[in-house]
Ligand binder design. Structure first.
Ligand code: FAD
Length: 430
């Protein structure tokens, strides 16, 4: 059997794998992608919020009207059922149909010469050697770099037995809108215009949400929580809400899955292997968003390999540029998970989570506060001494984690002690 020599072999063609295939093939790398499902059923099957700035940063066209039904819609975050709230405006979050985005990325990869194989079975990886079964035949490749983009339940190439941390059980559904007038009255009763996003937070523990949107004569529902803490899953939250609200009809599409909320892997590339997306824990933990982070990582991988770098070079750049912020957000998520419903209300009413901070968190950017915004946050915190006692150490831990990632070792030999120090900074946080 002949063994084909290639630059990059990608296992798993969800958004992470599809983005890596498109961005690497575009730069002239010889790419093969392997997908267990059929190509038109790979990856996420629901609507995800992705900030527009990330598409721009990665050199990808922003989703058009056939891929995205809303951009920058004001986002009303209520403490449970309200009335306390934070309203986020002036942001660039797009509501993206994931099957359409994945299809576009795969088409771009194929246009640039990537070979994409579907319904492959029994993928085996050893260093850069990969074999897979396709129907009755077995194929083999020798790849300079192998990418594991096979999701949380996939190959676990660099993850091995490392714990992904708490899991958010999320669900997203579009449902029929059977009574638009009653839906309008529901939004009205919560002080939210019907064309804007209504987000109930803390509906099942500190880390949980239920988003409700109306568009195109349909209802869009998104919910997530951490069932391991004794709460109902996102799917159960949606089902209970739809049953309670007579204006919501049958389910039209959508899906449910778990999202890893723990720290990303301390090493996402070494010895010819790279791990991307959920497989690597590349998730913005505050709201369980993986798509933006995996697009950024796929872009960085393509740039690094096209410049002649290897998997370790990619890993080091990603850890220094991106992972510190993701780890800081893991610490913030753990804090938010510990909030009681009264604390959540008090936090919203105090102005600590002002519009700037909420907007930056929504679109996955580091917040930049003006002096007056910082003073307002400090003043708000001063009115909540018991919360401040937990929040101030969290903020210090977040900064320490960012600084630690900026000191990521130059060589793999330094990894073990760096990793131990990172574990110490996380302490008991998972
Ligand atoms: C309901 C819900 C709502 C969400 N909302 C948001 C949101 O608003 N914003 C956001 O950014 N993120 C959101 N997320 C998270 C986001 O959807 C995930 O982070 C993302 O889909 C993970 O993509 P991935 O490509 O890493 O993995 P996956 O989507 O799991 O893709 C992995 C692919 O690999 C294939 N595969 C697995 N094993 C093998 C194998 N052995 N051989 C070959 N192929 C294999 C699978 O078939 C699959 O196609 C949400 C998640 C859920 C569940």
């Amino acid at each position: 059997m002949s063994v084909e020599q290639i630059d990059l072999l990608i296992v798993g063609l969800g958004t992470a794998g599809a983005a890596a295939a498109a961005l690497c093939a575009e730069r002239g790398l010889r790419v093969v992608g392997l997908e267990r499902r059929s190509l038109d059923a790979s990856g996420a099957r629901w609507v995800n919020g992705v900030p527009r700035w990330i598409f721009e940063h990665c050199g990808l066209a922003s989703p058009g009207p056939s891929e995205s039904h809303a951009t920058g819609v004001p986002f009303h975050m209520l403490a449970q059922r309200g009335p306390e709230r934070s309203v986020i405006t002036g942001h660039d979050l797009m509501e993206v149909e994931m099957p359409a985005l994945t299809r576009r990325l795969l088409a771009k990869a194929a246009r640039h010469g990537a070979v994409l194989l579907e319904q492959v079975e029994d993928v085996q990886v050893q260093g850069g050697s990969v074999s897979a079964r396709l129907g009755t035949s077995t194929m083999e490749w020798a790849a300079a770099t192998v990418v594991d983009a096979s999701g949380l339940q996939g190959l676990r190439l660099l993850r091995g037995e490392q714990d992904p941390g708490p899991l958010c059980a999320a669900a997203q559904q579009k449902r029929a809108l059977v009574d638009p007038q009653a839906a309008g009255a529901f939004f009205d009763a919560h002080g939210v215009p019907p064309d804007q996003t209504l987000c109930f937070t803390g509906v099942a523990g500190g880390y949980s949400i239920l988003n409700v949107q109306l568009h195109g004569g349909k209802v869009s529902l998104l919910a997530g929580s951490v069932p391991a803490l004794g709460h109902p899953s996102g799917l159960k939250i949606i089902q209970a809400f739809a049953q309670e609200q007579a204006w919501i009809g049958e389910q039209l599409d959508g899906g449910a899955r778990v999202i890893p909320l723990g720290a990303p892997l301390p090493c996402v590339g070494r010895a010819q292997q790279v791990t991307l997306g959920d497989a690597a824990g590349m998730v913005f933990s505050a709201h369980g968003s993986g798509i933006g982070q995996q697009l950024l990582a796929a872009h960085l991988l393509a740039e690094t390999l096209a410049q002649g770098g290897d998997s370790w070079a990619f890993n080091r750049r990603w850890q220094r540029d991106r992972a510190g912020a993701l780890c800081a957000i893991v610490a913030f998520r753990a804090f938010s998970q510990s909030l009681s419903s009264d604390e959540l209300r008090a936090l919203m009413a105090s102005g600590v989570m002002g519009a700037s901070l909420s907007r930056a968190t929504l679109v996955q950017r580091d917040p930049v506060l003006t002096a007056s915004q910082a003073i307002a946050a400090v003043k708000g915190l001063a009115t909540l001494p018991s919360l401040a006692r937990r929040m101030v150490p969290t903020l210090a831990r977040m900064e320490a984690l960012k600084a630690h990632h900026r000191r990521y070792p130059k060589h793999p030999e330094g990894l073990a002690s760096w990793q131990q120090q990172r574990a110490r900074l996380f302490g008991a946080i998972r």
